[in-house]
Write a protein that binds this ligand. Sequence first.
Ligand SMILES: Cc1ncc(COP(=O)(O)O)c(C=O)c1O
Length: 367
Amino acid sequence: MNVPFLNPGAQTAPLRPALLAAMTEVLDRGHFILGPNVTALENEIAAFVGARHGIGVNSGSDALTLALKALELGPGDEIITTPFTYIAPAESIHQVGAKIVFADIDPRRFTLDPADVARRITPRTRAILPVHLFGQAAPLEALLPLAERHGLKLVEDCAQSIGATWQGRSTGSVGHIGCFSFYPTKNLGADGDGGMCVTQDEALAKRLRMLRVHGIEKRYHHDLHGFNSRLDELQAAILRVKLPHLSAWNARRGEIAAQYTAGLADLPVQLPAAATGNTHIWHVFALLTDQRDALQAHLTAHGVPTLIYYPVPLHLQKCYADQGWRAGDYPVAEDVSRRILPLPMYPELTEEQVAHVIQVIRGFFTQ
Ligand SMILES: Cc1ncc(COP(=O)(O)O)c(C=O)c1O
């Protein structure tokens, strides 16, 4: 049996008639950028996450950069984020000219360790940028009071956490700005690039709306240094077809996570779990094992290819060689990078495929 690691096309098949109808409507209307579907999607996503405003942008990466710009962060400012994630949050800090300050991660949740964040706050720190990694909230119960105590902005990277909650509140609705990605393999994926900022703050929403179109409020009058980061109508129309299914898809991921957990519980691996107060949307189900590379090879040999998220923590990436970070600076992130193994996780996985993955892993440990 073959189990693809990711399979975004599988989600499209049952929605094909609705997707084609939505796309045809856009083609017939002839309004392709920032039209009625973008406005409707902004309202629908804002309502879904419990925020007052949604601002559609080009990608999750742009959502982060525009968020930092909207908060007027830049040269001379330090922003604390995680070294164990996709590179976009660190890139956004670099893009606005601020200084990236990494703090180490918690070995169970893989998200920012608040104690290490606290240690790295200086008089120049202006913001904390936690990533709600793999589908569950970073420890906002500690990060939020820390940010408040030091007068820091809190920007939530929700690229992997749409629909996840922390103490009953959706990720993205808690900090100053929440940033979402609609990259095709995300829990809510477009058929191309897309992203969104959400905020409770009207003034920030206005700035974000201006920043995404060259800093304009009125056409050809540029009040801010802006960007071209518009969300297009076709992607918005596609996302509006998919959004009503998101909760059911997230629930199905939860079932698969429960099956993996039950099937692997007695093995010598560390399994992921939702922290108290969190609901998890299982964007990624990743275990930790000292035999990661051998287990990965065994899975591949049995029809289960996998991808490592993330094999090199950000402080050790070549593009940051000039920043002076060294191996050993963030020991937990480095250890997790060596031992982590994500398993196939998407709602369309069949019972047989999940059972096969479990059986292959059990075979590895009992051979
Ligand atoms: C944690 C995280 N932040 C930001 C992004 C950037 O999103 P995008 O690919 O839409 O630019 C991604 C993924 O792609 C991500 O996983």
